[in-house]
Write a protein that binds this ligand. Structure first.
Ligand SMILES: Cc1cc2nc3c(=O)[nH]c(=O)nc-3n(C[C@H](O)[C@H](O)[C@H](O)COP(=O)(O)OP(=O)(O)OC[C@H]3O[C@@H](n4cnc5c(N)ncnc54)[C@H](O)[C@@H]3O)c2cc1C
Length: 1468
């Protein structure tokens, strides 16, 4: 209740006090009189005069004290005068003129001055000014009792002549009398009588009065009103026993709940939740979120939290409630522990006999997660006394002028709500799926408009529909993917027109093409609901996506209502609000959420199941349907209110959070609001800025009324974060216009606040709450006239020890992102209910990359576990692919004392090995932040455990999960590992596989090497600045649509950087399709490296390696003897180096338009320059003479032109040959030799040919390895004449491929076919890697044998330099030989003995046998490898045949065999 004004009185009275008879002198009326700012006259100089003057001054009155001549001035008055603000003291006689404007008069004249007192009293009455005469109650219009310093007692004496003023006052007063006052007075009178009976001693008068005063002071009016006869007897007994404390009549319970900082309801424990909804009185800090306050069913007092403790008024109110036996909760914002030493407030309760119990909430550390009683033992007396001293000081100011049930505290939020319980069950889900779930349940068909290539919108509903999941009506739901083109959504209109419940699931980019259909849908009042992932695409080289509602606001005038969600939970809840409102109001709704964040963010939120949705919608729809003719905003508000219980939150069209006296209010929408909320939460009570946040939910129709109604009256400045402005557009966003016009168009009687508008600066790093906080903190010192931009900061929010965060860096082709998902399962199993996962990815790099941001709290319901920002203070970061280290400062997102896991190849790494991988600036940061560095070789573990079977990727992920479980301090490692094991046990039916997996897991856990950053890293250079994160993009790389290109020159042109966005937007119109290598003439496949093993010792000069690829679902098939074409890529570092040197912008977009003769269409391909030079252009290949010639016209320096001319001429042929053959110069070398020769990039593309695929004989049989293909490769390297080391283009690429990398390949048919008959003899001669196809031959024959077929003899001649180093596949060969499959194994290691022994020598030795095999038994001979042994082998065969024929005939026979494909050579 508001304080009474000076002209009115509020007083307690008997309930039936309307009747004059009931009001006798004994039952005085107690009046609370607010006299602030009014004139009060005190006549007198004694102590009584001083106390009245003090009372009036404290009440804020302007007090005039008149001490008449001859009246003594007491020391109390003198002392008071030294402090008095509103005190005027004059020594003169009271005069009638003093009554002018006076509100009250106190007359304190005693003794001889009694007559004078009477005179003055009569004068007052004559002037109708209430008067109190200290010594004459019969002359007093009211009593002033010193005990009730804050209250004036006004007594009407009904027997005296009626006083108009008093009558008038009484009428007014009686109307507002609290119900209990009369009973309380009666009970006090009763008590007084009983006390008198019990203690009749005349000298006890004072004692009795003091006791009554104590009772009335201590207990609330309600308690007093409720006193029973036995209570009164108990009081009398207490009086007689002279006990220092009053007896306890009833005892309520006092509970303390700490809410944390986030204000999330779902962070409360069940106990806290229940307590809140059951409490009769809740005293809450004003920073506690409305979500939590909405749970309060009883009385709610909200007090400023910036004060160290609640005011005395609050304590007294609580005490009274406790005395009444009520449940009282003290709701405290923040996570500080309740400590009696610092919590004066609680010690007061204790002193009064009420012990507080702390109800745990999620952030309470595990150690004190059980409810406990506060320990008041410690230094109890001192604490209590201390608190009372404070009480004394502020007592009269703060005691409320009324009692609970109608509490009013300045700056308070008072609400009374029915208890709210969410109807959903917790589920780990993305925002997109949360909205889609509601949409799927509540409609018959979904139309999906996907305009961002990597968008997953509509995918889950398609799966649900495919799995036969039914909607809420129990019917099938149809999902249709629709191409976005001009006139889109006509089909939606048609379907809705036919009466189907229709939803649209779309990326916001599609909306602009739907406008005509949307108009029609709205005109026809069709309750269609659009669920839209809103985002913009920057026209920058990276095509980054950013949060934007520009497309949504473009639909403003279609007649659709639009409602925006800012979190995963909201995406679910407001989807429901949209559906109910749409069907109740017969109006279409557009529900939007942030497509860059909420769409893919995964959190655990309550999700209402389909059956419950059906019921909720039916009930809510019925309630809302009654209101269908009311304006849409009111309808939506009503729906929000009706759904509050089921959703666990009473949503508002405009939801205000923060100080009720805020002068600065941030107005924001969606995830911007979520970010701002974190900042505003931290600024509460900070004294830096008095700020609040207004979240916009209903964007259309814009309701200025609701908007203004939700703003605090105190607002002076509005900070509008406006996502509705299009990038690069100079105009205002739609939101700005809405907000501004609200103040002009509507009745806003207060001064119009200053409106600043702006948004986040570009870049993910800017989009965080610390940036907003700093921006707000500096708002007043920075001269923002109108526009602002929130820029990032290197400061990060101080890490909350209750919240565990991780950033996991993955290269998408590695498929290690699954580790994060696995981690979520572990966390859930450990009871973490507030896990949040958000993944950012970039496809612009040659290899698409991603970073997964994981957040959770170990304790139930921790408040800050959810955040809209990226993780910048991880306690665990994992670099699953070492390439990230060189591109990003991974340390910058790790908190102090955090852990960095690096997955890198190499056994027993030393810190020096690891140091070589890490850039200087990162090292420095690792050192400064005391980050421990952990190293694991997950690939090696995977390799070791999958030698015989198993998918290596799975094992690698298992190893990385093991590392995470062990290293992430939020996870209970032992429990997590036990859970992984239990999970494996449950899922693996094969005991061997289970044991192998456990082995891999343990091997990872035990194989982690941990280092501290060495001291010298403190001095590492900080010069090189690496970004903390990458900008999320979508992958236009996939937009290649070119199928038909002649191998050769690339012809393309640079186009504006936003060009690829067009086909992305209008896939169908542009005929967009994906192709793996559109530049390849042959069919290509994408395969994944699963093994890359060097076969020759590290110390040996020749590096021969065995590489295996997983064919996966690529569709690749191969036959024995075929070769694999490998599309090798250039080393990205070398490409970057070259482009930097050439001054080329690698991010420029090149467009190719090519005519596809087969289809008669022109196809377009987009690539970045970097992509082209890495994947397509043979910049490090061998330049021909033509290149030198072509450069001449681009060369500006005369000497260079002359030199080029010479080399390209006949005269320069020798020199050119030297360059080409001896120096083996590359295209890049030549450009560097002639620096003035600088063709444009487009031109360069036309001068340099494409990288050609290299072929490798397949060394496996597909019958034996149905899912993989194997190669045997030797690294080609050489030294130029001038001493430079060179490595072959493709072998350099292959040798460096780690498992998990994907490679583009083709299959080349071959003449190396096995004879059609399995029994035909096979003779194989292989030199070095020429062995490759013969391994496949042997495997195939072994396979045939295993099928029970009879197989013919096989002879293998294998040649190499040294047995020890180059006996390729030696063990396998020996085994096949021992098995008898390989009937003849002839080895020729040329350099293992004095004389050189080659395969031709071995062939000669076997001439008789070979003659028989070839000539008698119809065998076939194969030679593979380098060309040089061909003549000698040929001669050896001819001589073998010559045993039975002439040499000529033998030669002819060999030619004939060649024709019959029985003498086959594959040499390279
Ligand atoms: C059917 C077939 C099967 C094959 N099977 C195998 C096999 O099983 N295993 C295997 O290891 N190989 C095999 N090869 C060879 C393989 O295709 C490659 O030729 C080999 O790996 C070298 O490729 P590269 O890209 O590493 O070297 P490249 O870069 O092509 O270099 C190859 C040679 O070209 C020369 N050269 C390169 N660049 C320049 C320059 N800028 N200027 C002048 N000269 C230059 C060098 O002398 C070098 O030795 C096979 C070839 C064929 C045709």
């Amino acid at each position: 209740m508001a304080p009474a004004s000076a002209e009115s009185f509020v007083l307690s009275h008997q309930q039936d006090s309307n009747s004059k008879e009931s009001v006798g002198p004994a039952s005085s009326l107690i009046v609370s009189w607010a006299i602030s700012g009014k004139k009060v006259v005190v006549v007198g100089g004694d102590q009584a005069a001083a106390s009245r003057a003090a009372f009036a001054a404290e009440a804020g009155a302007h007090v005039t004290i008149l001490t008449e001549h001859g009246t003594a001035v007491s020391s109390a008055l003198r002392q008071l005068l030294t402090t008095g603000k509103f005190l005027v003291h004059e020594t003169r006689a009271f005069d009638a003129a003093d009554l002018r404007g006076a509100s009250l008069v106190f007359v304190c004249l005693t003794g001889a001055d009694r007559d004078r007192a009477r005179q003055i009293a009569l004068l007052c009455r004559a002037n109708a000014v209430p008067v109190n005469v200290a010594t004459a109650s019969e002359l007093s219009d009211f009593f002033f009792m010193s005990t009730y310093k804050d209250q004036v007692c006004l007594c009407f004496l009904p027997l005296t002549p009626a006083i108009i003023l008093a009558a008038k006052l009484r009428k007014q007063i009686v109307n507002s009398i609290p119900t209990h006052a009369g009973s309380a007075l009666e009970n006090l009178a009763k008590l007084r009588q009983h006390l008198k009976l019990a203690d009749q001693s005349a000298t006890s008068n004072n004692r009795r009065m003091n006791f009554i005063n104590k009772v009335s002071e201590t207990w609330s009016v309600e308690t007093l009103a409720d006193l029973t006869d036995s209570d009164i007897s108990a009081l009398v007994k207490n009086y007689l026993s002279q006990a220092s404390d009053l007896p306890r009549l009833k005892a309520g319970t006092l509970r303390v709940i700490r809410t944390g900082f986030s204000g999330r309801v779902d962070h409360l424990t069940v106990e806290a939740f229940r307590s809140l909804s059951q409490a009769e009185l809740v005293i809450s800090d004003n920073l506690v979120s409305k979500d939590i306050l909405d749970l309060v069913a009883g009385d709610l007092m909200v007090v400023p939290a910036d004060a160290e403790r609640a005011s005395n008024s609050v304590i007294f109110a609580a005490l009274r409630a406790l005395e009444l036996g009520q449940h009282v909760i003290r709701l405290k914002y923040g996570s500080d522990h309740v400590d009696v030493e610092f919590d004066d407030e609680l010690s007061v309760f204790y002193q009064k006999g009420f012990k507080a119990v702390v109800v745990p909430t999620a952030f309470v550390a595990a150690t004190d997660s059980k409810p406990y009683q506060l320990n008041f033992q410690r230094d109890e007396k001192i604490v209590v006394q201390k608190s009372f001293v404070k009480d004394e000081i502020t007592l009269f100011k703060d005691i409320p002028n009324t009692i609970p049930k109608a509490i009013a505290i300045p700056a308070a939020i008072v609400s009374k709500k029915a208890p709210i319980a969410a109807a959903g069950l917790p589920k780990f889900i993305s925002g997109e799926d949360a909205a889609a779930h509601v949409a799927f349940a509540l409609s018959d068909m979904s139309f999906v408009y996907q305009v961002i290539p990597e968008s997953t919108i509509g995918e889950s509903p398609a799966k649900w529909a495919a799995n036969g999941i039914k909607n809420a009506k129990g019917k099938s739901h149809k999902v249709t993917q629709v191409e976005t083109r001009v006139g889109a959504a006509a089909v939606v209109h048609g379907a809705a027109h036919d009466g189907s419940a229709v939803v649209v699931l779309a990326n916001s980019g599609a909306l602009r093409h739907m406008l005509p259909s949307m108009h029609r849908i709205a005109q026809e009042h069709l309750p269609v609901v659009f669920h839209v992932a809103a985002q913009g695409i920057k026209k920058d080289p990276l095509f980054t996506v950013y949060p934007s509602i520009a497309d949504v606001t473009a639909t403003s005038f279609t007649g659709f209502a639009s409602i925006g969600s800012g979190s995963v939970k909201e995406a679910h809840d407001l989807a429901l609000v949209a559906h109910v409102s749409a069907s109740a109001g017969k109006t279409p709704f557009l529900h939007f959420y942030d497509g860059t964040r909420i769409a893919t963010e995964q959190s655990i939120v309550p999700i209402i199941d389909t059956a419950s949705l059906a019921k909720i919608v039916k009930d809510a729809g019925e309630q809302a349907s009654a209101l269908k003719s009311i304006p849409v905003p009111d309808l939506v508000e009503n729906v929000m209110n009706n759904l509050a219980e089921q959703l666990g939150h009473n949503y508002k069209l405009f939801e205000y959070i923060g100080s009720n006296t805020a002068e600065t209010v941030v107005v924001a929408l969606g995830s911007s609001a979520a970010i701002a909320e974190e900042a505003v939460g931290r600024l509460f009570g900070s004294n830096i800025i008095n700020v609040g946040l207004l979240k916009i939910r209903l964007l259309r129709p814009w309701s200025a009324r609701h908007f203004l109604g939700a703003l605090p009256r105190t607002v002076k400045k509005i900070v509008l974060i406006d996502d509705s402005k299009e990038q690069g557009s100079g105009s205002h966003g739609a939101l700005f216009l809405d907000v501004t016009s609200a103040f002009y168009d509507s009745v806003w009687s207060l001064p119009i606040p200053t409106i600043l508008k702006g948004g986040f600066a570009e870049g993910v790093e800017n989009f965080n709450s610390v940036a907003v906080q700093l921006f707000l903190e500096n708002l007043d010192v920075t001269d923002y006239r109108f526009d602002f931009e929130i820029v990032g900061t290197s400061t990060v929010a101080s890490a909350d020890s209750n919240v565990f965060e991780a950033v996991i860096w993955d290269q998408q082709s590695d498929e290690t992102e699954k580790v994060a998902n696995f981690a979520v399962q572990l966390l859930e199993a450990q009871g973490a209910s507030n896990v949040q996962l958000f993944q950012t990815s970039s496809s612009i790099a040659v290899e698409p990359i991603s970073a997964t941001h994981l957040r959770f709290s170990k304790t139930q319901g921790a408040e800050t576990a959810q955040s809209a920002a990226l993780v910048t203070s991880a306690n665990y970061a994992a670099v699953h692919n070492i390439s990230f280290l060189s591109s990003f400062n991974v340390a910058a997102s790790i908190r102090k004392n955090g852990t960095l896991l690096i997955n890198r190849a190499g056994a027993n790494p030393t810190i020096a090995d690891v140091s070589a991988d890490i850039p200087e600036a990162t090292k420095r940061e690792l050192y400064n932040r005391h980050i421990r560095i952990a190293v694991v070789d997950a690939d090696k573990i995977a390799f070791n455990y999958t030698l015989f079977r198993g998918n290596r990727k799975d094992y690698r992920n298992l190893a990385l999960v093991g590392a995470l479980a062990k290293l992430w301090d939020g996870v209970d490692a032992a429990r997590a590992l036990a859970e992984v094991e239990a999970g494996l046990e449950a899922s693996e039916t094969d005991g061997t596989v289970f044991r192998t997996k456990i082995g891999a897991l343990k091997s990872a856990v035990n194989g982690i090497t941990v280092f501290d950053a060495p001291g010298e890293w403190a001095f590492a250079s900080a010069d090189q600045q690496l970004p903390t994160f990458f900008e999320p993009t979508f992958g236009f790389k996939k937009l290649t649509g070119l199928d038909n290109e002649d191998a050769g020159e690339v012809v393309g042109k640079i186009v504006p950087k936003y060009a690829p966005a067009l086909p992305i937007m209008f896939k169908e119109a542009y005929g967009l399709k994906s192709a793996l290598r559109p530049d390849a003439a042959e069919k290509t496949f994408k395969v994944t490296v699963t093994e890359n093993r060097r076969l020759t010792p590290d110390s040996y000069e020749r590096n021969v390696f065995h590489i295996e690829f997983d064919i996966g679902s690529s569709g690749l098939k191969y036959e024995i003897g075929e070769a694999l074409g490998v599309y090798g890529q250039n080393n990205p570092d070398h490409v970057q180096e070259f482009l930097d040197w050439y001054g080329a912008d690698g991010s420029q977009i090149i467009r190719f338009d090519r005519r596809n003769e087969a289809t008669g269409t022109t196809e377009t391909e987009f690539r970045t320059v970097t992509q082209l030079f890495t994947e397509v252009v043979d910049i490090f290949g061998k330049p021909g003479k033509k290149f030198f010639q072509s450069l001449i016209e681009h060369t500006t320096v005369l000497a260079e032109r002359e030199r080029l001319g010479f080399l390209a001429s006949g005269e320069g042929a020798d020199e050119l040959a030297k360059l080409q053959e001896e120096e083996t110069v590359t295209f890049a070398d030549v450009l560097q030799m002639f620096p003035s020769s600088h063709p444009s990039i487009e031109k360069l593309l036309s001068l340099i040919p494409n990288i050609k695929p290299r072929h490798y004989s397949i060394s496996s049989s597909m019958n034996v390895h149905p899912t993989s293909v194997h190669l045997l490769v030797v690294v080609v390297d050489w030294k130029t004449k001038s001493g430079k080391d060179r490595v072959g283009q493709c072998t350099r690429y292959l040798v460096n491929l780690r498992p998990g990398k994907t490679v583009t390949v083709s299959v080349k048919p071959s003449v190396m076919k096995l004879p059609p008959s399995h029994t035909a003899p096979v003779i194989m001669a292989g030199l070095g890697t020429g062995m490759a196809p013969f391994r496949a031959f042997v495997e195939e024959r072994a396979y045939q044998k295993s099928l029970g077929h009879e197989v013919g003899p096989m002879a293998l001649y294998f040649g190499a330099r040294h047995r020890a180093e180059e006996y390729l596949y030696g063990e396998e060969l020996e085994a096949y030989h021992a098995d008898g499959l390989l009937t003849h194994l002839r080895l020729a290691f040329s350099r293992d003995q004095k004389e050189k022994v080659y395969i031709q020598h071995k062939i000669q030795d076997d001439s008789e046998m070979l003659g028989d095999m070839m000539l008698k038994d119809g065998g076939a001979f194969y030679l593979c490898g380098p060309t040089w042994p061909v003549p000698d082998v040929r001669d050896a065969l001819v001589s073998a045949f010559s045993n039975s024929m002439s040499e000529n005939e033998a030669s002819e026979k060999l030619e004939a065999l060649k024709e019959q494909e029985r003498y086959v050579l594959e040499v390279y």
